[in-house]
Ligand binder design. Structure first.
Ligand code: HH2
Length: 275
């Protein structure tokens, strides 16, 4: 199995670290916007220096309870940062649900479209299929505004897997090769704490679908629930979750704390090399 994203090819003989760059909505004045871009850019460069393999740039918060961003606001936040990062030799992923943002990002040469809506918006799948980007298809139940109210599953892993298989089939039907399709169970998106840990435990079964698997557990509420820690104090829990996901077969971990996650994976790599 390998991952083909844009012109980048990863053999997947080691886990990849996707570093998260969230462009926070700032003041609407030009000064505020400039500062937000500068901050995002500096953060992206820090994550590159720390060993990120892929950067995931997002301009719309999808945390539980978050309100959607307008298309223009998202474009204004994300595009200048993508453009400024083009000279770095690192694949850029854009975290968006909006086909118009996908189209612009693809035009700028991004390597991956990461969609928490699994390309279900009109035209999203066709636009991605017609380009050379990889896609990350994520499962969620409900929308960020309502998804944590009362998520219900009879068999969470089976239902999430069936959904991802169907979305991947839709991509294949438009000619995308398996190496361009990443699947993600969507930790925290319409799942209770118990659902999230059951999915983590059964992550290995997702690999059987034949696509690279991405896990994004970093700093999420379920880690707060089991440790009692606030979001800014979930580093150890996040690194642990990333390592457990890799042990359960994740090919890519989406994380805020790149440096520490890379260290943890180096420890694992040393152990693997010794056998
Ligand atoms: N989680 C978030 C956003 N995008 N994409 C994928 N593929 N998988 C995830 O688990 C995922 C995601 C939410 O996390 P975060 O980046 O911390 O929050 P936000 O983007 O809302 O600021």
């Amino acid at each position: 199995m390998h991952l083909q994203c844009g012109s980048y090819r990863f053999a997947l003989d080691r886990p990849l670290v996707m570093g998260i760059v969230n462009i926070t909505p700032d003041s609407f004045s030009d000064g505020g916007r400039f500062l937000a871009h500068e901050r995002a850019l500096a953060h992206a460069e820090k994550l590159i220096a720390e060993g990120a393999d892929i950067l995931d740039i997002g301009g719309e918060s999808t945390r539980p309870g978050a309100a959607p961003a307008s298309m223009q606001a998202e474009l204004d936040r994300v595009m200048p940062v993508i453009e400024a990062l083009q000279h770095h030799a690192i694949p850029i992923s854009v975290d968006t649900q909006k086909p118009a943002v996908m189209v612009e990002a693809i035009r700028l040469g991004v390597a991956m479209i990461n969609d928490v809506n699994a390309l279900q918006a009109d035209d999203a799948l066709a636009r991605c299929a017609a380009s050379n980007v990889a896609v990350c298809l994520m499962h969620k139940q409900g929308t960020p505004a309502n998804m944590q109210k009362a998520p219900i599953y009879s068999d969470v892993a089976a239902e999430v897997r069936d959904f991802l298989r169907a979305r991947a089939d839709a991509c294949r039907a438009l000619g995308m090769i398996a190496a361009r399709i990443v699947i993600d169970p969507g930790f925290g998106f319409g799942k209770t704490v118990e659902h999230n840990f059951r999915l983590l435990h059964q992550l290995g079964s997702f690999g059987a679908l034949g696509y690279p698997v991405l896990a994004g557990f970093s700093r999420k509420n379920s880690l707060g629930a089991v440790t009692g820690r606030a979001v800014e104090d979930r580093l150890a829990a996040s690194v642990s979750a990333a390592l457990l996901a890799v042990e359960r077969g994740a090919h890519i971990v989406r994380v805020h704390d790149v440096r520490e996650t890379v260290d943890a994976l180096k420890v694992r790599a040393a152990m693997m090399a010794s056998t």
